[in-house]
Design a protein around this ligand. Structure first.
Ligand code: FE2
Ligand code: FE2
Length: 237
């Protein structure tokens, strides 16, 4: 047994609980990017570059779910196999693949989704994953976090790329009212609620998990120094 696998075998239950939550989030993201790809096809045609990025992102997210599964497989816990790739393919289409106000036009829904997923969620993930990677133990955890980080950087570009071109076409200030909710939603899916009061104070960083306090600081910093100024640049303030 390699040193890393032994280390994972010693990991507390909370580590697997969180990687299992991450797997679920990856699968949700895969569904959302797939829908975004379909919507962009309708709106901009099959050869659209941002559409292709969204489709690639959907494939990446399924791969991330598989990577999470490989970590879960190292545990002797009951969090294994939430959804595997095999049964995903035969699962009915996820109904919750639309983001934004129900009455939004297709054009506005696409923009909302790009901003919520790319500019907010993926940009925040990038900040968290960078810190996680620096602290993670060499081996499966560091490799996994690194691979996910590299992909999430390109997923965040989907948001900024769509925003850049849409801002050339029309005024985007209507989106401003939705930004606090998008940010709130992203903060809520944070790991904090997954941990007991005692667990919140454990150092789980070698297993790729930041403390809720550290995650909150990083997210607030990213909102204030990257996301808000970026959105403002495109007239969303
Ligand atoms: Fe992902
Ligand atoms: Fe992603």
């Amino acid at each position: 047994v390699s040193k890393t696998l032994k280390a994972l075998a010693e990991a507390p239950d909370s580590v697997f609980r969180i990687w299992s939550l991450r797997q679920r989030i990856e699968i949700e993201a895969a569904g959302l990017f797939a829908q975004l790809g379909r919507d962009l096809t309708t709106l901009r045609g099959p050869d659209d570059e941002v559409k292709k990025m969204a489709e690639a992102a959907s494939r990446d997210e399924y791969q991330h779910a598989d990577l999470c599964q490989a970590i879960l497989d190292e545990g002797t816990h009951s969090y294994n196999t939430v959804v595997t790739r095999a049964n995903l393919n035969s699962a009915p289409p996820n109904q919750a693949t639309y983001l934004g106000p129900l009455d939004a036009t297709l054009e506005n829904r696409v923009l909302y989704t790009c901003v919520a997923l790319g500019c907010v969620t993926e940009t925040l993930s990038t900040a968290l994953l960078t810190d996680m990677r620096d602290k993670a133990e060499t081996g499966i955890i560091k490799d996994t976090v690194h691979k996910i980080l590299v992909d999430e950087i390109s997923h965040s570009r989907i948001g900024w790329a769509e925003l850049a071109r849409a801002s050339e076409e029309r005024n985007l200030s209507w989106l401003a009212q939705f930004i606090p909710d998008m940010i709130g939603e992203a903060l809520n899916t944070d790991i904090g609620p997954m941990l007991s009061r005692e667990e919140k104070h454990l150092d789980l960083s070698r297993w790729g998990i930041l403390s809720p306090a550290r995650a909150h600081d990083l997210m607030n910093d990213t909102v204030n120094t990257v996301i808000r100024p970026g959105l403002k640049h495109f007239g969303i303030k």
